[in-house]
Ligand binder design. Structure first.
Ligand code: AMP
Length: 350
């Protein structure tokens, strides 16, 4: 059962991130990054937003590409409004305590539950020649990301909901074994009753970084590219009977319209679908126009940050310092609980 929380209380700690693989698409934006920025503005709780560069290594093993993606992901966070003065923004690999917690949490993650994870099954189908242990233990690293700051609210998209349940399984197990409430339960956070899922342009499934590049609209796409991609989006041959239900391909286009277009436009095209007068070319033109209007200012802000590498380094450095302070507190407490206190004498004496 997926548990979504729609509330933030004063004790909540907010943690989330996105993998630095390729460039951020509108699915990442509407499913996650837009909410990160909004949460920073709406709540005064401690918040930690990271760039998951270790997670990226499970499928992206090209050093130059990874560096480029990390830089662009950080610029994207900032360009989309994440304020580094109100939140801690950092690179996962700058916080060594996360890898230590990952090691401990692996002792509380059972093989069966890892193998049953939906994203693991998807990833092994997509990468049959590289089924590495990193893919299998991805939810454990994600648990370490959240628990290292004792995170309790995790804004994510639907595809990550199962991972948040697994975080609770691991942390509850650890608490139970050591008879101490070291970690509170982490919950997936969403502003609405359900998770937002942005569909792919290829007619089925969600928009994804690993799909055909034409099926995802990237925040850094030019106006022309956005238009081209939307015009190529899959449709059907058109309704032949009045009041027909929407086919999946056409529903996807309406779902995209709901993100960018106004009610009046959406109603107009819905009615023309119902009375069979719809022309998909017109719908796509409108959608492209509205999407471009929405994405262009974001792209320009992201590009501004990409062109300020010194500022990016400064922000990453100060974020790493704050993240390490928080992470080291958790890891010290945990080492003590596990019997691994750093002080040698304490370790062997009682
Ligand atoms: P990832 O790129 O897998 O690290 O995802 C970063 C965030 O974007 C996660 O919270 C995902 O749930 C979210 N996300 C990715 N794709 C989509 C999509 N098509 N629709 C909504 N959210 C998404």
């Amino acid at each position: 059962m997926t548990t979504i929380s729609k509330t933030i209380t004063k004790d909540d700690i907010i943690v989330s991130g996105a993998r630095s693989t390729g460039v951020i698409h509108i699915g990442n934006y509407f499913g996650a990054i837009r909410n990160f920025a909004k949460m920073i503005d709406d709540f005064e709780n401690p918040s930690f937003f990271f760039i998951a560069d270790w997670h990226a290594l499970t499928t992206h093993q090209d050093a130059a590409l990874l560096k480029d993606s990390v830089r662009k992901t950080l610029a994207t966070y900032l360009g989309c409004g994440l304020d580094p003065n109100k939140s801690t923004i950092y690179l996962q690999s700058d916080v060594p305590a996360i890898s230590e917690l990952y090691l401990y949490l692996n002792m509380f993650a059972h093989l069966g539950e890892l193998e049953r994870t939906a994203t693991f099954k998807e990833k092994i189908a997509a990468n049959p020649n590289n089924i590495n242990a990193g893919l299998l233990t991805y939810p454990v690293l994600m648990a370490a990301d959240v628990l290292i700051h004792k995170g309790t609210k995790v804004p994510v998209g639907k595809d990550q909901a199962q991972h948040i349940e697994m975080i609770r399984t691991f942390s509850n197990r650890l608490n139970r074994v050591y008879k101490k409430e070291i970690f509170k339960e982490a919950l997936a956070y969403s502003y609405s009753d359900d998770f937002v899922t942005v569909p792919s342009l290829n007619g089925s499934g969600k928009m994804s970084k690993s799909d055909d590049p034409n099926s995802a609209i990237l925040l850094l796409d030019s106006d022309k590219d956005i238009e081209k991609k939307i015009k190529r989006a899959k449709t059907d041959t058109g309704p032949t009977e009045k009041n027909s239900p929407l086919t999946q391909e056409v529903k996807n286009l309406f779902d995209l319209m709901a993100l960018f277009s106004n009610e009046e436009q959406i109603t107009y095209f819905k009615n023309s679908y119902l009375d069979c007068s719809i022309r998909y070319g017109d719908l796509k033109n409108q959608l492209a126009l509205d999407a471009i209007q929405f994405i262009r200012p974001l792209r320009e802000q992201i590009e501004e940050y990409i062109n300020k590498p010194n500022l990016l380094v400064e922000i990453a450095k100060s974020g790493a310092e704050k993240a390490n302070n928080s992470a080291n507190n958790t890891i010290e407490e945990l080492r003590d609980t596990l019997g691994l206190t750093r002080k040698f004498l304490n370790k062997i004496s009682n």
